[in-house]
Design a protein. Structure first.
Length: 87
């Protein structure tokens, strides 16, 4: 598997507290990485470390969904959630 390529959605990456304070950064990571290059439209999975391999991790998948939900809760409208909902 290697290490450090792409974005990691291991448990360590689910804990940061600074990213929610930077909503544009957090939302762009979700849209471009998790639900962009890391998203497999055939299976619905979000690849571990985005486009760098074909592996996936269930804790990272769940964490990605929870991060989108958190961002939606912090939003003034539902535009962000509507963009990602089909995936």
């Amino acid at each position: 598997m290697g290490c450090c390529a792409g974005t990691c959605h291991a448990r360590v990456a689910l804990c940061p507290r600074a990213r929610p304070a930077l909503p544009q950064l957090e939302r762009s990571l979700r849209e471009i990485t998790d639900y962009g290059v890391g998203f497999d439209a055939e299976t619905g999975r979000i690849r571990f470390r985005a486009e760098h391999n074909e592996h996936w991790a269930v804790d990272g998948q769940a964490g990605s969904i929870l991060r989108v939900y958190r961002e939606h809760q912090m939003s003034v409208d539902d535009a962000f959630l509507r963009r990602l909902w089909p995936r």
